[in-house]
Ligand binder design. Structure first.
Ligand code: ADP
Ligand code: MG
Ligand code: MG
Length: 252
C-alpha cells in the first residue's frame, strides 16, 4: 500500500495565498473526490502536487511513501508514481501518441525492464478498445486536432497505459457528453484496485454517479471544509454549496 499525505499545505501564486492549509491523506485502493466552487483552489492543489513552477509552496509538506515530493522536480514526481490528468491537455506536434506513451511508461522502468514493442502495442490496443478509441489515434500527434472529448479520453488512455500509483484528475469530466462521460468513467473504474489511488476534481456530482468515490472533500476558499463519503456529493448536488456554508457558518 502507498500513501499520499498532504499536510498543512499553503500555496501562493504571485504572492497571493490560494491554498491556506490543506490536509488530505489518500491511500492506494481509494478514490477521493474534491468538489468546490470555482476559484476555490482545486486546480492549484493539483498543480502544487505535480510541481508546477508557478505555484509556490510556502508552508506544509506532501509525502509520497515517506519521501517529501516537494523536493522533487516534475519528472521525478512522475517517476515516483504521480500522474496529472488535466482539463485542457497540450497539443504536441511531432510526437505521436504511441511514442509519447511508450516513453512515459519506460521512464518509470529500469533499463533491464523496458516494455517491448510487442507488449506495448498489445497493451495499447487493449486499452484503446476499452475507451472506444479508433486505432488510428495511436499514430496521431499527441492531442493535435483532437476534439475536447478525444483529449479527455486520451488523458484516460495515458492513465491506463502509464499505471501510476496516484492520479489527480482535474475536471476530466467537464464538457463531456454522456457517452464520453461513461467511457471516461469506465477507464477510471478499470484502474481501481489495491495499487492505485485517485483524486478526482470535479464541479459536478454527475461523474461521481459512475465513479463512486470512497471519500469526498469539499473545498472552499483554499481549505477543505468538510470530508465525508459518497453521500456528501449527493447532498451538494441537492443543496448546492449553500447548505454546507450554512451548516459550518461560513461566509465565503
Ligand atoms: P479552481 O480550480 O477551484 O476553480 P484555481 O485553483 O484554478 O481554482 O484558482 C484559485 C484562485 O487562484 C483563483 O482566484 C484564480 O483566479 C487564482 N489563480 C489561478 N491561477 C492563477 C495564475 N496563474 N495567476 C494568478 N492567479 C491565479
Ligand atoms: Mg475552475
Ligand atoms: Mg480548476
Amino acid at each position: 500500500m502507498a500513501v499520499l499525505e498532504i499536510t498543512n499545505l499553503h500555496v501562493s501564486i504571485e504572492e497571493k495565498e490560494i491554498l491556506k492549509g490543506v490536509n488530505m491523506t489518500i491511500n492506494t485502493g481509494e478514490i477521493h473526490a474534491i468538489m468546490g466552487p470555482n476559484g476555490t483552489g482545486k486546480s492549484t492543489l493539483a498543480a502544487a502536487i505535480m510541481g508546477h513552477p508557478s505555484y509556490e509552496v510556502t508552508e506544509g509538506t506532501i509525502f509520497l511513501d515517506g519521501a517529501n515530493i516537494l523536493d522533487m522536480a516534475v519528472d521525478e514526481r512522475a517517476r515516483a508514481g504521480l500522474f496529472l490528468g488535466v482539463q485542457y491537455p497540450s497539443e504536441i506536434a511531432g510526437i505521436t501518441n504511441a511514442e509519447f506513451m511508450r516513453a512515459a511508461i519506460n521512464a518509470r522502468r529500469p533499463e533491464e525492464d523496458k516494455i517491448s514493442v510487442m507488449n506495448f502495442i498489445r497493451k495499447m490496443d487493449e486499452k484503446m478498445a476499452v475507451l472506444d478509441m479508433p486505432e488510428e489515434m495511436a499514430e496521431r500527434y499527441l492531442n493535435e486536432g483532437f476534439s475536447g472529448g478525444e483529449k479527455k479520453r486520451n488523458e484516460i488512455l495515458q492513465l491506463m497505459m502509464i499505471e501510476p500509483t496516484f492520479a489527480i484528475l482535474d475536471e476530466i469530466d467537464s464538457g463531456l457528453d454522456i457517452d464520453a462521460l461513461k467511457v471516461v468513467s469506465k477507464g477510471v473504474n478499470e484502474m481501481r484496485g489495491k495499487g492505485f489511488g485517485a483524486l478526482i476534481i470535479t464541479h459536478y456530482q454527475r461523474l461521481l454517479n459512475y465513479v463512486t468515490p470512497d471519500v469526498v472533500h469539499v473545498m472552499m476558499n483554499g481549505v477543505v471544509v468538510k470530508t465525508g463519503g459518497a453521500e456528501l456529493a449527493k447532498r451538494l448536488e441537492a443543496e448546492g454549496y449553500k447548505g454546507i456554508r450554512d451548516e459550518l457558518g461560513l461566509d465565503v
